[in-house]
Design a protein. Structure first.
Length: 655
């Protein structure tokens, strides 16, 4: 995310840099003091000029290592990691945080160790590893609680709250944000009170508790006005407008949005401005005010192009296309639609090129390091051998007088060889670690590729149902179906970046999907979902959309062809270290379904089951505990009476 700073902020940053640089130029300054000043420079400039901040941090690290200043080494690694993270290189950021941790632990720097643990947690969260993030956030919180470090406790509570908020665990998020607010109120810190109030408002808005959200947003707004924080005032206006927008109060929403726009135009915060203008245009389009929507979308596009913000430009083009389509101007809609896709393709290609370049640079760097290490080892061995030959001649000439010296030299040679072997072993371990990271990245990319195929397939089936109701002119059912479908799509999109989700979310999605299919097939079947009370639905995680294809198969190929009296039963229970899910139907059975599909030449193959099988194979790859699927045909008096699918899912997957 880019941040555009006002002149006053840049001036403050420059003044701070000038004063600290002047301290560096003082004669007789100790190396340890020089390290501390460089790290402070890196910390102060990290958001304004991360490139220059990174150079200061690397200079500090080099000096600290040279003078064996352990605290400085650990803090310098931290500053390097923070800058890489801000610049979007999460892998290098995590690598430096992990380098800092053992150094600070050995130096007994508990406060800095807690900071590093929290940084590692943030890195894992940014990389999508929620379990690891929770572990490191917890370790940092324990140390800070033990030290009674109130200032750092803010960071721990905030990190844990955001983690739970991103996982849609809103009650836990509220708990940690309230702890943050309690400390701020106890210390009378207005700025932190406004931050906590704003975050509490966001969580309450996500829960649909709009009146409570408005109380906290207004509290944050009052404080921002007292301390004259224009950026914060604009953000509060935006948040209040979002609440009224979601409540359907377009008039009040537009009033607050306009106040936010005016401030962001005045202070030059172009990123927030173009996003807000686009969102206002979308709101007006949905409410049928197309000409006003055109004006705001055009302004959003203009700001994005002036600031050279390509992703925001693409978003504005997409909105303009939708607005002109709603106005019936299909020619201009098509024009903006083409511009949107062209820009989107270029952004995608640029992103892919950047990723490939980064991998190529890493590979070439490792190859060069290996070559240099091999050359250095060969030269060292040759030098040692030459010195040994020379010493041997001298020892033979002088005899027993130099016997003791020969033994000392042989011992030195042994130590040198041992050190070289240890260095080679460490480098091989680093290479193996890099290879494992690349394998994990490839595995995640394969998972996301299959998910990218599965989500459109799943949504396309639902769109067919809406088309069916529209075709038969059943407007009531179509609207009812569309309402449920919008909730379903929203949940699918919210979880689209996760490979695993809480079991509660997966079951909620299944319930929505089955209700849609019940409407589609005119209540031809009944359903029930039974969940073991011993299961913790919010803290037990399963692969996203793993169960749904088997439910879809039971409805489409079993219950759909039964004239009446169809029943679908789903049970979820805990079985040792696994979750056992059964999907049972009293449909026509697999054999008869195969005959029907064979007779119906227009029937499409089950794309959902094919993707589910591929995804299952990928999940089980390199896992000590496998996800198992067993399909059983049910019979009643030698007649097919349905199908039972049992899915056994491990409660934890190997990292």
């Amino acid at each position: 995310m880019f941040v555009f700073l006002t002149g006053s902020l840049l001036g403050t940053a420059q003044s701070m840099e000038d004063s600290l640089t002047a301290l560096l130029n003082q004669t007789g300054l100790a190396d340890t003091a020089r390290v501390d000043i460089l790290n402070k420079l890196a910390w102060q400039l990290k958001h304004q000029t991360p490139g220059r901040s990174l150079r200061y941090a690397k200079d500090a690290l080099a000096i600290a290592q040279a003078v064996e200043y352990e605290r400085g080494v650990g803090e310098s690694y931290n500053q390097v990691g923070i800058n890489y993270t801000i610049m979007g290189d999460y892998a290098k950021g995590l690598e430096n945080f992990l380098n800092a941790l053992p150094v600070l632990e050995a130096a007994g720097e508990k406060a800095l160790t807690a900071n590093t643990l929290n940084n590692i947690g943030n890195s894992y969260q940014l990389r999508g590893n929620v379990d690891q993030a929770r572990i490191f956030f917890g370790k940092a919180l324990r140390i800070r609680t033990e030290l009674m470090d109130t200032t750092s406790l803010y960071a721990s509570y905030n990190s844990l709250a955001i983690l739970h908020k991103d996982q849609l665990q809103f009650d836990s998020a509220l708990l940690y944000f309230r702890k943050y607010l309690n400390i701020a109120e106890h210390q009378g810190d207005s700025r932190k009170i406004s931050i906590a109030s704003n975050n509490l408002g966001l969580v309450l808005r996500n829960q649909g508790r709009y009146d409570s959200a408005l109380i906290f947003f207004n509290q944050a707004l009052d404080i921002k006005k007292e301390i004259n924080d224009e950026q914060g005032i604009a953000l509060s206006y935006r948040n209040i407008g979002d609440v009224f927008n979601e409540k359907g109060d377009i008039g009040n929403a537009l009033d607050f949005y306009r106040q936010a726009v005016a401030i962001r135009e005045r202070i030059g915060y172009n990123l927030g401005l173009t996003v807000l203008l686009k969102d206002i245009a979308e709101m007006l389009r949905r409410s049928g005010r197309f000409r006003e929507a055109t004006d705001y979308a055009s302004r959003s596009l203009m700001v994005a192009r002036q600031s050279k913000m390509k992703p925001e430009e693409a978003s504005a083009l997409e909105t303009l296309s939708a607005v002109f389509e709603a106005r019936g101007d299909f020619e201009r809609s098509l024009q903006y639609h083409r511009e949107f896709f062209a820009l989107k393709d270029s952004l995608l290609n640029a992103d892919k090129s950047r990723q490939l370049s980064e991998l190529q640079v890493k590979y070439e760097t490792e190859q060069k390091e290996n070559e240099l290490l091999a050359q250095s080892k060969a030269i060292a061995v040759l030098e040692v051998q030459t010195a040994a030959d020379s010493r041997t001649k001298i020892i033979l000439a002088l005899g027993s007088l130099f016997l003791a010296g020969m033994l000392v030299l042989l011992y030195s040679r042994f130590q040198l060889k041992k050190q070289s072997e240890q260095a080679l072993t460490r480098k091989n371990q680093e290479i193996a670690l890099k290879n494992r990271e690349i394998e994990e990245i490839n595995k995640e990319l394969e998972q996301r590729m299959l998910r990218a195929q599965m989500d459109p397939h799943f949504i396309f089936n639902c769109l067919n149902s809406i088309q069916h109701f529209i075709t038969v002119n059943d407007k009531v059912s179509a609207l009812k179906y569309l309402s449920k479908f919008s909730k379903l799509v929203r949940q699918v999109l919210e979880n689209s970046v996760n490979t695993i989700v809480p079991l509660a979310d997966e079951l909620r999605l299944l319930e929505l999907y089955i209700e849609l299919e019940t409407l589609r097939f005119d209540h031809k079947f009944e359903h029930a979902i039974e969940v073991d009370p011993a299961l913790d639905l919010h803290n037990t995680e399963v692969p996203f959309l793993l169960i749904q294809p088997y439910v879809e198969n039971a409805i489409q190929h079993g219950l759909r062809h039964r004239p009446s009296g169809g029943k679908l039963f789903i049970s979820v229970s805990k079985s040792g270290g696994s979750i056992r899910c059964t999907v049972e139907d009293n449909g026509i059975g697999r054999k008869q379904a195969s005959r029907i599909n064979g007779t119906n030449r227009s029937a499409h193959p089950s794309r959902g089951m094919s993707l589910a099988e591929q995804r299952l194979a990928l999940l089980n790859k390199k896992q000590s505990r496998k996800t198992l699927v067993n399909v059983q045909d049910l019979y009643d008096r030698m007649q097919s009476s349905g199908t039972k699918v049992t899915i056994t899912i491990p409660t934890r997957y190997d990292d």
